[in-house]
Design a binder for this molecule. Structure first.
Ligand code: AMP
Ligand code: ZN
Length: 119
């Protein structure tokens, strides 16, 4: 399958890993949008949040657990962080392998500051 993140899972494309276990990998985003910006991905190929099934629910727990462990290792647990999933066109999803962005290391601003025109 021609999937960028599956290649990162396989190791054919390199990544700067924060942690890895049997189920998930956490690695630094190549274009960081904040001082701390990592991606949490399942090793299993799931195209987007829309394709999550009930059998994947334990994996979502693994993703949250890995996100918390990464926040600890990266030193943002106390200062805070944001976990984001972009899904589909309006979510601006560009890589079609389920992933969650963990952002921190600065004040990220309120969600209402994303756009004034929709309030
Ligand atoms: P999204 O827009 O939610 O689909 O996020 C995809 C993310 O993957 C973007 O933030 C990219 O900067 C990031 N990205 C793309 N290629 C790589 C790569 N080879 N290694 C690390 N991050 C990547
Ligand atoms: Zn994939």
């Amino acid at each position: 399958m021609d999937c960028l993140f599956c290649k990162i899972v396989e190791g054919t494309i390199p990544s700067n890993k924060v942690l890895e276990n049997d189920h998930v990998i956490v690695f630094h985003d190549i274009h960081p949008a904040a001082p701390t910006h990592v991606l949490i991905i399942p090793k299993k190929h799931i195209s987007s949040m829309n394709e999550i099934t009930t059998e994947d629910l334990p994996l979502i727990g693994e993703i949250h657990s890995a996100a918390l462990e990464a926040a600890k290792r990266l030193g943002v647990q106390e200062s805070g962080y944001r976990l984001i999933n972009n899904c589909g066109r309006d979510g601006e999803q560009t890589v079609h392998h389920l992933h969650y962005h963990l952002l921190g290391g600065t004040r990220l601003g309120a969600l209402t500051s994303l756009s004034d025109s929709h309030r």
